[in-house]
Design a protein around this ligand. Structure first.
Ligand SMILES: [Zn+2]
Length: 351
């Protein structure tokens, strides 16, 4: 991630929720192994802290149904032991995994896919059709991420990105339906954060696995008003109108919860979607305000403006952490959001 990114205090545990009162199988009851940090969310869903960047920043999920398993996203190469550890704590073996579903191919979600797939003899990789070629041949993905993060950070944070054999890759276009041991799952195309983004609907839990489409929500910023939520506008395919349309589509199934990569389960979806769309508009408006007048250091000015915007939003939400701590929690996202907003502005305004 960004240079200077620091690891913060101890692991915090997500509040355990069973998402609808269905009893959780004893074998799946959450146990946090050393450095594992996984949390059982009910319905055979386990949240795994991939350990990327800092504790409680980057999640992956394990879905279990009648002894068969699917992972949703997988963090980086460094996350592979945590993924396998969570599987073992759920009483399962690598051969029991049928699917690795990627919400999109950004490296904090998919960087470890090639390495993890080597450990999972029976798994197929399910990915958006636009993302599939990049998992089979990751060279453009590596080049793109190196442009954002720089060579040294790329090596340190992600390591060597391994390809996935084409024969193991299944493309999931809009509406793609499949099952995990009879448990129905389906994907929809959700552009806006990235054009290679899908979201995964689990009818059993009535929840979406949203990747980055439903924004960012860190548990440290939870208050009596609920989760604090922000859009992520990472380079290079941010499209605000497409993103709002995708968020609207997620509500059509009547979800009761959303599993975010950054970080964990949030609810209620309808109210959070409203706030998220307002913050997309405010973020775009701030960008317009800053970048429409050519001045020196547009990136620095946009970072400052986003800091102010998001700080104000946390205060309105009732967050009472010191400014420096809020900025520290959101710092990497503010930096990436600013970069992505500049790319979007240049594309749409010919700057
Ligand atoms: Zn992400």
């Amino acid at each position: 991630m960004a240079p200077g990114a620091r690891h913060r205090g101890g692991l915090r545990r997500l509040p355990g929720r069973d998402g609808g009162g269905v009893p959780v199988a004893a074998a799946l009851v959450a146990r946090r192994g050393p450095g594992g940090g996984d949390v059982n969310a009910g319905h055979g869903i386990v949240a795994i802290d991939t350990g990327f960047h800092r504790p409680c920043f980057d999640a992956a999920y394990l879905l279990v149904e009648r002894g068969r398993a699917a992972f949703v996203d997988c963090g980086t190469n460094h996350s592979v032991p945590r993924m396998l550890g969570a599987l073992g704590r759920a009483g399962l073996k690598p051969a029991d995994v049928d699917w690795l579903v990627l919400t999109h191919v950004h490296l904090d979600h998919a960087g470890g896919a090639g390495a993890l797939m080597r450990e999972l003899p029976n798994a197929r990789l399910l990915v958006h059709p636009r993302g599939a070629p990049h998992m089979i041949d990751p060279s453009r993905l590596i080049a793109g991420a190196t442009a954002v993060y720089g060579e040294a950070e790329m090596t340190r944070s992600y390591g060597e990105i391994l390809p996935v054999p084409a024969a193991r890759v299944v493309e999931a276009p809009e509406g793609f339906a499949f099952d995990l041991a009879g448990r129905p799952l389906h994907c929809i195309d959700t552009p806006g954060h990235a054009r290679h983004h899908l979201c995964l609907w689990d009818a059993r839990s009535r929840c979406w696995f949203t990747g980055d489409t439903f924004g960012l929500s860190y548990r440290e910023l939870d208050t009596g008003n609920g989760p604090f939520i922000l859009p992520t506008t990472t380079p290079v395919q941010f499209d605000p109108e497409a993103l709002k349309t995708s968020i609207g589509r997620l509500l059509e199934t009547g979800p009761i919860g959303m599993y975010l990569t950054h970080f964990g389960r949030v609810e209620p979806p309808q109210a959070l979607a409203r706030v998220l769309c307002e913050r997309i508009d405010a973020t775009v408006e701030t960008t317009r305000h800053v970048l429409s007048v050519p001045q020196a250091d547009p990136h620095g000015r946009l970072v400052q403006a986003l800091r102010a915007l998001y700080l104000q939003a946390t205060r309105a939400h009732g967050v009472d952490l010191p400014d420096a701590q809020v900025i520290d929690l959101l710092g990497v996202d503010i930096e990436l959001n600013a970069q992505g907003l500049q790319v979007w502005w240049a594309k749409t305004h010919g700057a």
